[in-house]
Ligand binder design. Sequence first.
Ligand code: 13P
Length: 251
Amino acid sequence: MTRRLLIAGNWKMNLSLTASIELAEGLKKVAAGINNLDIAVCPPSIYVQPVAAVLKGSNIGVGAQNVYFEQEGAFTGEISVGMLKDVGCQYVILGHSERRHILGESSELVNLKTHAALAAGLIPIVCVGELLKERETGTTEQVIQRQIDGSFSGVSAEDIRKCVIAYEPVWAIGTGKVATPDQAEDVHVAIRKMIEKNYNKEVAEIVRIQYGGSVNDKNAKEILAKPNVDGALVGGASLKVDPFLGIIKSV
Ligand code: 13P
């Protein structure tokens, strides 16, 4: 079974409008012709439209970093899946640990968003991952099992194939403390088993599981070489052309 790798940049709350467009233009140029994997960038929502306009017709997809699950109405400050589709989005990151831990987002809310994204034809990149104290107390798999069960509750076997899961150990995000390739592989194997248990083996073999947390152009090759690591969700190293290209080229 060969899964197509996905390298996605999560720009988080960084860059200006000008810098976003420059980065998109730079990536479009250097990534032209690379077709052995999927590439995406996830700018802040307000820059999704101009970035999507730059990347239109290129081999780089565009994603948002969050969405609301309702279609429309009195939800001040929120954005719908329809609006994201409207401006050229293909992916949406859901349940990132910064949203779970800073903004208190629950797996129940992530689940509503996952259903809304799938119904609209967006590819959800659903993030899961344990805190340092959870790893140290040996509860990593329990924590992730709860996040997987909650986030994908009611999602059909047909739909889960389209989803991407991003394993992002919280202790590795923005800390420079990358998980070892073996630590990542172990959790990815565990996640695949959870999907197999909840669905079936065929589906579990299809679902892409990315690793995220301090991935850069120096450590990417070794992590991405692991059989169950199907790409990377990259924060800091996605904010400049060269390191992000380095990660893409290490596939
Ligand atoms: P860093 O690559 O900056 O550690 O961020 C990872 C991340 O949170 C991607 O979503």
